[in-house]
Design a protein around this ligand. Structure first.
Ligand SMILES: Nc1nc2c(ncn2[C@@H]2O[C@H](COP(=O)(O)OP(=O)(O)OP(=O)(O)O)[C@@H](O)[C@H]2O)c(=O)[nH]1
Length: 388
C-alpha cells in the first residue's frame, strides 16, 4: 500500500511552473527510490497500514532543500484580471485548482468505494486506507471513522453514498478550530517571526504575505534574518523589490542584530508590520533550535510584545513529518500560527486533518502555488469544498 502511495506522489508536479523554476528543474533533482509495480489487491490489515504510514525518517526536509530557490518572473507579478474581479470566487477557484492532486486521489477512490456498496466493516476498512494514504494520520482517521459510524447509527443510514457527505461534514467540524486567521493586535510594529526547516517555503511565504498586508493598506518592512545562507538575503531582496518594500540586512551574520535593527527602524518610520526571516533548521539540530530561541529573546528585548506571531512554515509534501516538526518547534518557541505550503504539488492535503487533531495550532495560511498571489487565508469550509 505504501508503494501505491509512492506511485501517486511520483506523478506530482506543480501545475504552474515559472520560467525560473524551469531553470532550476534542469539541475539534478533529488528523487526518492522508484516504486516497483505492485497491485493493491486486498485491504491491508490496520496494523500493517499504520506501520507503513509511520514516517521512516523523523525529519525529512523537503526534497527542494538543496535546490536554488527560483524566483517568479515579473510576469507573475501581474494579478490576473479575473482573480482581481472575482474576489471570493477567485480565491475558491484558486484553492480548488491548487488542491487538484489531493482531490483527484480522494474523489476517485471515494467514488469507487461508495458506489452501490453496502455499509459493512470491509467498507470502513477501505475508507480507513484511503484516509491514511491521504496523510490524514492515525488519530484523525480514527476520529473521523468513529464520528461517521455514530452518525450512521443515529440516523439509520443504509446507503453508502451518504457516507461521502458525512465525511465532508465531519472533516469541516474537525478543521473548524484551526481556522483562526491572523488578527493584527498590539503596539506597532507587529512583529512576525517566520521559522521552519530548510526549503519549507519561508522566503516565498514572506514575499506572498507582504503582498497580502500591502493589499490591506498596511506598511511592511522585511528583516533578512537568515544570515546563514548568503543567497537567502538576495532572494528576500527580490521579493522586497517586487512588493516595493524595504529589506533590512546586514553583513554581520547575527540574525538577532538584523531583526533588532529592523524593528527599531520600523518604530522610527511608524511601519505597521515587520516580517522577520530566519535560517532554515531541522528540529533535530539542538544548537540551531537553541539559537532561534535566542533570536526570539532578542526580538522581545526590542519590543515587549514581540514577536506577536511566530509563524511556522510547513511543507505539505512532508506529510506526517510536518506533525513531528510542529511538535519540536512548538516546544522550543511556542508557535502561534502555521503556514502550510506546496499543497498544489501533493496528494497529501489530508495532513491538515492530522494537524487539527494532534496539534491544533491556528492554520493561518495555505500555499497553493509559487506566484505572489498563491498564499490564501485558511478557511475550513472552502478547503473541504475544494477537496471533494
Ligand atoms: N508549488 C509550490 N511551491 C512553493 C510554495 N511555496 C514555496 N514554494 C517553492 O519551494 C521552494 C523553496 O521555497 P523557499 O521560500 O526558498 O524556502 P525557504 O524555507 O526559504 O528555504 P531556505 O531558505 O533554504 O530555508 C521554492 O522553489 C519555492 O518556489 C507553494 O505553495 N507551492
Amino acid at each position: 500500500m505504501f508503494e501505491f502511495l509512492k506511485k501517486i506522489i511520483k506523478k506530482d508536479s506543480p501545475e504552474k511552473k515559472s520560467a525560473a523554476k524551469k531553470e532550476v528543474a534542469k539541475k539534478p533533482q533529488k528523487k526518492g527510490p522508484s516504486a516497483p509495480k505492485q497491485k493493491v489487491s486486498k485491504t491491508p490489515r490496520i496494523s500493517e497500514k499504520k506501520e507503513a504510514l509511520r514516517p521512516k525518517q523523523r525529519f525529512e526536509p523537503s526534497p527542494k532543500v538543496v535546490e536554488k530557490k527560483p524566483i517568479a518572473t515579473s510576469e507573475e507579478k501581474i494579478i490576473p484580471k479575473e482573480e482581481k474581479k472575482s474576489g471570493f470566487f477567485g480565491f475558491a477557484d484558486k484553492i480548488k485548482k491548487g488542491l487538484t492532486r489531493t482531490r483527484e486521489k480522494l474523489t476517485t477512490e471515494l467514488t469507487t468505494l461508495f458506489s452501490g456498496k453496502k455499509i459493512d466493516e470491509a467498507l470502513f476498512e477501505e475508507l480507513e486506507t484511503i484516509l491514511l494514504t491521504s496523510d490524514v494520520g492515525i488519530s484523525a482517521t480514527t476520529y473521523l471513522l468513529d464520528s461517521i459510524r455514530a452518525s450512521i447509527k443515529k440516523n439509520n443510514i443504509e446507503n453508502a453514498d451518504e457516507i461521502k457527505g458525512l465525511l465532508k461534514e465531519k472533516l469541516i467540524e474537525l478543521l473548524a478550530p484551526i481556522e483562526n486567521p491572523l488578527v493584527l493586535k498590539g503596539t506597532n510594529p507587529y512583529v512576525i517571526m517566520v521559522v521552519g526547516v530548510n526549503g519549507a517555503g519561508k522566503t516565498t511565504t514572506i514575499g506572498k504575505l507582504t503582498k497580502i498586508f500591502l493589499d490591506e493598506d498596511k506598511s511592511v518592512l522585511i528583516a533578512a534574518g537568515d544570515t546563514f545562507r548568503a543567497a537567502a538575503t538576495e532572494q528576500l531582496q527580490v521579493w522586497g523589490q517586487r512588493n516595493n518594500v524595504h529589506v533590512v540586512s546586514q553583513a554581520s551574520g547575527d540574525p538577532g542584530a538584523v531583526i533588532f535593527d529592523a524593528i527599531n527602524s520600523a518604530k522610527a518610520k511608524n511601519i505597521d508590520i515587520v516580517i522577520a526571516d530566519t535560517a532554515g533548521r531541522l528540529p533535530t539540530q539542538k544548537h540551531l533550535i537553541d539559537e532561534i530561541t535566542k533570536v526570539k529573546r532578542v526580538i522581545n528585548k526590542c519590543h515587549t510584545e514581540a514577536p506577536h506571531e511566530i509563524l511556522l512554515v510547513l511543507d505539505a509534501n512532508t506529510g506526517q513529518n510536518a506533525i513531528s516538526q510542529l511538535k519540536i518547534f512548538n516546544e522550543a518557541l511556542g508557535i502561534t500560527g502555521l503556514a502550510l505550503t506546496k499543497l498544489d504539488g501533493t496528494a497529501k492535503g489530508g495532513v491538515i486533518a492530522a494537524i487539527a487533531k494532534e496539534q491544533p495550532i491556528p492554520l493561518r495560511y495555505i500555499g497553493v502555488g509559487e506566484s505572489i498571489d498563491d498564499l490564501k487565508v485558511f478557511n475550513a469550509q472552502e478547503y473541504v469544498d475544494a477537496l471533494f
